[in-house]
Write a protein that binds this ligand. Structure first.
Ligand code: SAH
Ligand code: SF4
Length: 352
């Protein structure tokens, strides 16, 4: 068993059965959940016998880093990890001045199947265990030497976090040992039962919701999940989501040229989210060879017009424009390239 698959309370129970006195259990929990070590030998204040005993029974391994992209102009870097069963997932490191964000994957694929998303294009993948989510986090935190108090975490990588709810909650409980829930954001395509489950948590992360279209018809075209969870009901679930003081919802909106980027679309979006305490994050579409040809990123004039129209209608909005940030919006593309390469190789081999 990988000890990183356990939340703090069950971890202490499990350790308590074989380790004593109780302060030793606390020490181990801290080495794991606060410091994020991945070897028992690193637990330098523990007697050797305890370390050996632990190593005989448990593992604390993280996924292996396969590749890191060359840092973009703003320092962002994408990591490709290999999980134990050979699956590949991506994470993104994003330095942002005072703070640093790490974007984590929650599934090794995605069944939601949004038509503008490379992860969706390659189809469903298994749920990622807490140890695999935490492994992405701790590996990047350590490699980049990021002080815990500067960390932000966003679940905006591959997969739909609310379809991996139990593992997500375990991961959150561990993250909260070294950071405030205010520093964690979970992004969803609008899984209504998951949003309601999140609403019931005592310690909630920030919620970001990918709306991406100003009306139900277009949303259903690019996000087929809308048929199951209608836009009107999704908006109702956001209106009942409890928000603490000085917290906002984030409404994500992927801008597709000529499709949902007109000024009237901005007006419709403003109307749709009226009454919500929310800010919009406009994300210019990231093209990829696996995605439909008609999907294009709007030019800067169109992006500006969309943003300005929102502002005129009283909506707070940020736009993800820098080149480096794009790699985050495009999670799944690095793995996509690798899958495409390996398929091409196997085709070439079989035609020999
Ligand atoms: N499954 C969750 C979280 C992962 S996707 C969700 O859908 O919210 C994270 C964000 O990336 C979403 O807002 C999604 O709309 C956006 N995204 C996906 N593919 C994109 C692309 N090709 N270009 C720009 N943004 C994209
Ligand atoms: Fe899945 Fe999110 Fe991609 Fe949609 S945008 S396919 S929900 S990862």
């Amino acid at each position: 068993m990988n000890l990183y698959d356990l939340a703090p309370a069950p971890l202490e129970r499990t350790l308590g059965e074989i380790v004593s006195p109780p302060f030793r259990v606390k020490q181990i929990e801290e080495w794991l959940h606060v410091r994020g070590v991945d070897s028992f030998d690193a637990m330098s204040n523990l007697p050797k016998e305890i370390r050996t005993q632990l190593a005989e029974r448990f593992t604390i391994a993280f996924p292996e880093v396969l590749t890191r992209t060359v840092p973009a102009s703003d320092g962002s870097q994408k990591y490709l990890f290999r999980l134990q069963d050979g699956q590949r997932i991506e994470s993104v490191y994003m330095p942002m001045g005072e703070r640093t964000s790490v974007c984590l994957s929650s599934q090794a694929g995605c069944a939601v199947g949004c038509t503008f998303c490379v992860t969706g294009f390659f189809g469903p993948g298994r749920n990622i265990a807490p140890s695999e989510m935490l492994g992405q986090f701790f590996t990047i935190r350590r490699e980049k030497e990021i002080p815990a108090e500067q960390m932000n975490v966003v679940f905006m990588g591959m997969g739909e976090p609310l379809l991996n709810f139990e593992n997500l909650v375990t991961t959150l409980d561990v993250l909260y040992r070294s950071m405030s829930p205010r520093r964690v954001t979970v992004s969803t395509s609008g899984i209504i039962p998951g949003i309601d489950d999140l609403a019931r948590l005592e310690r909630r992360p920030n919620l970001a919701v990918s709306i991406n279209a100003p009306d139900r018809k277009r949303r259903e075209e690019i996000m087929p999940i809308t048929a199951k969870y209608p836009l009107e009901e999704l908006m109702a679930s956001l209106r009942r989501f409890p928000l603490e003081k000085s917290r906002d919802l984030t409404i994500e909106y992927v801008l597709l040229a000529g499709y949902n980027d007109a000024a009237r679309d901005a007006v419709a979006l403003a109307k749709l989210i009226r009454g919500l305490r929310a800010k919009v994050n406009a994300i210019p579409f990231n093209a990829d060879p696996n995605l439909p040809d008609w999907m294009k990123r709007p030019n800067d004039t169109a992006i500006d017009r969309f943003v300005e129209t929102l502002v005129q209608h009283g909506v707070r909005v940020t736009v993800r424009r820098s080149k480096g940030r794009d790699i985050a919006a495009a999670c799944g593309q690095l793995r996509g390239k690798e899958i495409a390469k390996s398929r091409a190789t196997s085709r070439a081999e079989s035609s020999r």
